[in-house]
Design a protein around this ligand. Structure first.
Ligand SMILES: [Zn+2]
Length: 259
């Protein structure tokens, strides 16, 4: 009989793995909107073209060691790189600690990685790539056969998530004659539905709308922009989905007790 490894050790290992995966997510965030391959060529400084050596590629630590600048040309490196690596590391550690070895752990981590990539790309480019959202719908639905939320709730989640936003987008377009919500948001919420089921998808939409309205109003109040200028909706959907996937059941329970 083999002694199981202590939880502290396996959690540290999960964080390490998360930091490495986070480094890969950075590659996706940088390259997907530019339409370049995510496997080749190797990473280089966008300013001077210097190929990154292994010392420049260590998650978080390289950024700190280089003080956020390219080794050769001293061009600043975006703080997004260590931020995504640290966030992914924390997510992996927390998910491992909370879910333990299970199908739900794998499902939640894939979902979380997709949300991080979508959040970062939408924030910078106002774009939600199909290569993330469409396979995400399939992966979420496949996992629903062996874990939460079950295939029926997942299927209804895809239809409700995609359907509600499609109606909003279509309605907005017919009234205003301009695009308010993109089809990327529609596919993204369908993906959320596949992973977490229809109840938590409606919660995601509610949380994202509240957060979007609050930040939009704050921007107007401080006169930094109009309602239209507000942040892209996909970033709010990502935050709403992350909250719904973790604290969602507790929030729904609190709401039902409140009624
Ligand atoms: Zn450089």
């Amino acid at each position: 009989m083999i002694e199981p490894l202590p939880l502290s050790l396996t959690t540290a290992f999960a964080a390490l793995l998360g930091a490495i995966i986070g480094s890969f997510l950075n590659v996706c965030i940088h390259r997907l909107p530019r339409g370049t391959s995510i496997v080749s060529p190797p990473s280089a400084c966008p300013e001077c073209g210097r190929l990154l050596s292994w010392q420049d590629n260590i998650p978080i630590l390289s950024f700190v060691a280089l003080r956020g600048r390219c080794r050769t040309c001293r061009a600043p490196i975006s703080v997004r790189y260590p931020a995504v690596e640290a966030l992914t590391a924390v997510m992996f550690a927390a998910a491992w600690w909370y879910y333990g070895p299970s199908a739900l752990l794998v499902s939640r981590l894939l979902f979380g990685c997709a949300l991080i990539v979508l959040f970062a790309i939408d924030l910078e480019h106002h774009l939600l790539p199909n290569v993330i959202t469409l396979p995400g719908i399939v992966v979420g639905f496949v996992f629903s056969f062996v874990t939460e939320p079950g295939w029926l709730a997942s299927l209804v989640g895809v239809i409700v998530g995609g359907g509600v936003l499609w109606l909003v987008a279509e309605g907005y377009y017919r009234i205003r004659r301009e695009e308010g919500l993109g089809m990327g948001d529609v596919k993204m919420l369908a993906m959320v539905g596949a992973f977490v089921g229809w109840q938590l998808t409606l919660l995601t939409l509610m949380l994202a709308s509240f957060a979007g309205a609050a930040i939009g109003l704050a921007l107007i109040a401080t006169q930094r922009g109009t309602m239209k200028y507000a942040l892209p909706f996909g970033t709010f959907l990502a935050i709403g989905a992350a909250v719904a996937a973790t604290a969602g059941p507790a929030i729904l329970q609190w709401y039902l007790d409140f009624l």
